[in-house]
Write a protein that binds this ligand. Structure first.
Ligand SMILES: [Zn+2]
Length: 464
């Protein structure tokens, strides 16, 4: 068997239009894998968000089945409490669990949803959700001390404060983040001789958010002639080169999967979701702040409030239902009508120019096979993900040019990408259409002849 049998390189937020079209000729490693293997756009889950998308991909389950609807979730029906969805929230087996049962040893580096590190057959270094680089980020625990000796600085879990104007510092941190993951991958490959080696680079995500308007004329804040115009392109070239170096250390017969959890697009602006709920009388505050600021749940007049929201790359709306929320207003029998009216109003909402913004509004029951935990009552793609949902309240106006939690140039796009190449079974650049993130797990298990749970959401795709 080659070592590793399978290399998975996750590129968080890697955008198919940039890899497959715009910069394909400048990315020799990815270009070679595309030309020799199979490739195509990969539809993400709804919401197309890092957490839960990676866990959905690797478990074959949807956000409702996992009970993970974003980075932060309501742990119960109380008001204002949100908890980070960490590894312990994922109750379904993921790829390495299935492979471990079949005797495969895995080495994982930075896979979102692996803090606390899973107790797998193999080794794991946690993801960006870990609170700090010290003990507790690895399996086994003693690996953490060894890591430090392999790196010339502390292990960087994420780019600190990536929504800021310190562009030079952010760029340096993005490269450090990337290089550390590839260094660890090379070290763990050599020492562990794993059957599965998987790393996820978050740099591709952070660089889109920090620099997109510097190169894309479609961004409303495009900076012509920016000194940062080539930053994203150069970074993709750097990542491509690192993948090439890592592949050169793998067995020539190692199969390779390059995959992203969603894509990226320019952020056109922000819709102030809570401000809209306030204007329409659905959200009532005891006093409205003069200037926009974060929604203070303790200032909400709950017995008079129908709904409140949370912002982010997508919007979430929670309804205040009698008998379900502590001070619920909506009678249970009126819930569906109230929710449908909200969805209809949001769908028809005009943008700043008076034309419809193109919002897409979903209920969890439409999207998911099960709805575990506390799901939002509505999920909103503002401008079909072209716009960001803004949670702030107070002041004037429904629309903002920028994000309210720091500068952010990019929003997520519904499609990420997939490239697969097995040197023993080349497919000569076959384009795969209609791929879904849910197809990844059943397709991988099938090609290695391993049993899959009978009720997975995705289908088996012939990757090679
Ligand atoms: Zn992501």
């Amino acid at each position: 068997m080659p070592i590793p049998r399978l290399l998975i390189v996750g590129l968080d937020c890697a955008e198919p239009a940039l890899v497959f079209e715009r910069w394909r000729q400048e990315l020799p490693t990815l270009g070679r894998l595309i030309a020799a293997g199979s490739w195509g756009p990969l539809e993400s889950c709804v919401p197309a968000i890092t957490v839960p998308a990676w866990s959905c991909m690797l478990s074959g389950r949807d956000p409702g089945e996992l009970g993970i609807y974003g980075f932060r979730n309501r742990p119960d029906r109380s008001y204002g409490r949100m908890a980070v969805a960490d590894s312990s929230t994922v109750r379904q087996p993921r790829l390495w669990d299935h492979l471990g049962t079949a005797g495969w040893r895995s080495a994982l580096i930075g896979v979102p949803g692996t803090y606390p590190p899973p107790r797998l057959h193999g080794v794991a270094v946690s993801c960006f959700l870990a609170p700090g680089p010290g003990a507790g980020i690895t399996h086994p625990p003693e690996l953490a001390a060894e890591l430090r000796g392999w790196l010339d600085a502390d292990y960087l879990l994420d780019v600190p404060d990536f929504r800021s104007e310190e562009k030079g510092r952010i760029l340096r941190d993005i490269y450090t983040l990337c290089d550390q993951r590839f260094i660890l991958a090379e070290r763990l490959l050599e020492r562990e001789q794993p059957d599965l080696l998987m790393l996820v680079d978050m740099g591709t995500d952070r660089i889109h958010h920090a620099f997109w308007k510097q190169f894309d004329p479609a961004h409303p804040g495009f900076v012509p002639g920016s000194p940062y115009a080539d930053v994203i392109r150069n970074y993709y070239r750097h990542v491509d080169a690192r993948i090439g170096t890592l592949l050169a250390r793998c067995d020539p017969d190692t199969a390779v999967l390059v995959v992203s959890d969603h894509g990226a697009r320019p952020m056109l602006g922000g819709l102030r979701l809570n401000q809209w709920l306030l204007q329409t009388g659905r959200l009532v505050l005891r006093s409205v702040p003069q200037a926009p600021g974060p929604l203070d749940h303790s200032a909400i007049d709950w017995p008079r409030t129908i709904a409140w929201g949370a912002g982010g790359y997508y919007g979430r709306i929670f309804l205040n239902v009698r008998g379900r929320e502590p001070e619920g207003l909506i009678a249970p029998e009126a819930y569906e009508a109230e929710r449908a009216a909200l969805a209809a109003d949001l769908t028809a909402l005009p943008g700043p120019d008076g034309a419809p913004l193109g919002n897409r509004v979903f209920t969890p029951q439409q999207l998911y096979r099960k709805v575990r935990g506390v799901a939002p009552d509505l999920l909103v793609y503002v401008g079909d993900l072209g716009w960001r949902a803004i949670g702030s309240i107070g002041g004037e106006g429904l629309f903002t040019p920028d994000n309210d939690t720091g500068p952010d140039d990019a929003n997520h796009a519904q499609h990420g990408l997939l490239i697969f190449h097995d040197p023993a079974r080349p497919t000569g650049g076959r384009r795969l259409d209609g791929l879904s993130l849910y197809d990844v797990l059943p397709s991988l298990l099938a090609r290695y002849g391993l049993p899959a749970p009978p009720d997975l959401r995705g289908r088996i795709v012939e990757l090679s």
